[in-house]
Design a protein around this ligand. Structure first.
Ligand SMILES: *Cc1c(COP(=O)(O)O)cnc(C)c1O
Length: 471
């Protein structure tokens, strides 16, 4: 074994061999940062030492540079890839929080590129030549789309809830129904955000039912607001009752208190005609008497990550002046993307077509079936001897905590590998370039065309070829 260690090539020789490995590779490696390539080669040589110790390398011939070069090139190429990368989302979950939620409309992508490359009137008033406000670019649009008097945008919806509570309720009580103390994904929990803001949570009602009289009984001299939280990611059924917003708003008005509504995904359009009933729009919340409404920019709205706050002018102006606003403010790229996205909503039919999240959510079954069979055909032409390929009916999800119970009918391309387990295929696909993420159902690896663009089909094929070891 100890003699084998002496056959490990020196790092300089390994480096030269790497650049000679193949002409395309040589180009990649000589353009890459030198110190990083050298570290990676050292890492590869360490790997060889481990393999010798583990008994996986037994002959000096295995350590020949000519033999090692292709493996070393693959190792270094992998190490050079950026960490934050594109993936192919074949899960059918449209607003997938782990994969970046919403894709931006082409118009929004162009607005981001322009704001990134050029100076802009971000905080410069072109009418006066004086300092302006970054919010002015989207405030009018948001008011027009929601019917609110004023609007403000912060970093995300969690920040929106935080700053609203901090502004209106610090050190005082906020009355919330027990059934609405929700946790959203990783770390957003209403009671904890409230504690952070310094507001005091006053829970009322029972888990399943909260009546108007429960709110009324809780109102006292320390009450700062009544709050309603959209139970985004779950549904209660059976013997349940939520107090309707108009009743809550009337009660609040009698006591001179504001009503805050955290809408969560907060859509600007209704989707009842697309088998997606029930989610209230921001305009409805305002019309029904909410004084401040918060929602996400990158959930069902289909824009960039942002927290949108709309409501009564006097309240929004107070929020704008809160010092926290400086820490939570959105940047110019987000603002550019948000304005371009909101502009598409000025014509709802345009929005449904051009905002990718909306287009994917509302895609009918017929084109989904056609896309599934095209994808299946493409895969069959080159991979029929290593995969069993079938198209069958399935369901996609909106995701992002919106419409949690709605199954959107779709057609799935289901793959059963002939020479490996489904789980091994799933795992191998996480290491392809780009990685392909699908879902395992009924012992098959399933691809949902709802979240795949047809132009991505060749990439899906390439990923499968790599995963099946046929690149
Ligand atoms: C998603 C959600 C949030 C958090 O929004 P982010 O934009 O992810 O910060 C807050 N409240 C509700 C009800 C939500 O659904």
């Amino acid at each position: 074994m100890s003699t084998l260690f002496r056959h490990i090539p020196p790092v300089d020789q390994a480096l030269s061999a790497l650049c000679a490995a193949d002409s395309a590779g040589a180009e990649v490696f000589s353009a890459a940062p030198r110190p990083l390539v050298k570290d990676l080669v050292n890492g590869f040589l360490d790997l060889l030492r481990e393999e010798i110790r583990a008994g996986a390398v037994t002959e000096a011939g295995q350590l020949d540079l000519a033999t090692l070069a292709p493996r070393m090139a693959a190792y270094v190429r992998q190490g050079l890839r950026p960490r934050f990368r594109r993936v192919l989302n074949a899960t059918g979950v449209v607003v997938h929080t782990n994969m970046g939620r919403s894709l931006l409309a082409r118009e929004a992508v162009e607005a981001v590129a322009s704001a990134a490359a050029h100076y802009s009137n971000l905080e410069f008033d072109l009418a006066t030549g004086l300092r302006g406000s970054r919010y002015s670019h989207v405030e009018e649009l948001l008011c027009r789309l929601t019917g609110a008097e004023a609007a403000l945008v912060v970093n995300n919806n969690a920040a929106a809830v935080l700053i609203v509570l901090d502004t209106l309720c610090k050190g005082r009580e906020v009355v919330v129904s027990r059934g609405q103390l929700v946790e959203i994904g990783g770390s957003f929990r209403i009671p904890e955000v409230m504690a952070r803001s310094g507001a005091i949570l006053r829970e009322v009602g029972a888990t399943n039912r909260t009546h108007l009289r429960d709110y009324e009984a809780a109102i006292g001299p320390d009450t700062a607001a009544l709050m309603k939280v959209h139970t985004s990611n779950y549904r209660m059924t059976g013997f349940v009752k939520e107090t309707p917003l108009p009743e809550l708003a009337a009660l609040a008005e009698r006591h001179g208190l504001p009503v805050i509504e955290d809408l969560g995904s907060g859509s600007l359009l209704r989707f009842d005609g697309h088998g997606l009933p029930g989610e209230p729009t921001a305009a409805e919340a305002i019309a029904q008497g909410a004084d401040v409404v918060t929602f996400s920019g990158d959930k069902v709205l289909g824009g960039p990550q942002a927290g949108i706050i709309v409501g009564r002018r006097e309240i929004v102006e107070r929020i704008k002046k809160n010092q926290l606003n400086r820490a939570l403010r959105i940047d110019k790229l987000t603002l550019a993307a948000l304005e371009a996205t909101l502009r598409l909503y000025l014509d709802p039919e345009q929005a449904r077509k051009r905002v990718p999240t909306l287009a994917m959510m509302t895609r009918p079954l017929v084109p989904l079936r056609a896309q599934a069979s095209r994808l299946a055909g493409l895969l069959r032409r080159s991979l029929a001897d290593s995969l069993d390929i079938a198209v069958r009916a399935g369901a996609s999800r909106v995701g992002g905590g919106a419409f949690p119970e709605a199954d959107l009918p779709t057609a799935l391309v289901c793959l059963k590998p002939l020479d490996m387990t489904v789980d091994a295929l799933r795992e191998a696909l996480l290491a392809t370039d780009p990685p392909l993420v699908g879902r395992v159902e009924d012992d098959a690896f399933c691809l949902d065309p709802r979240t795949l663009d047809s132009s991505e089909h060749p990439l899906v094929l390439a990923a499968l070829r790599q995963a099946l070891g046929r690149a």
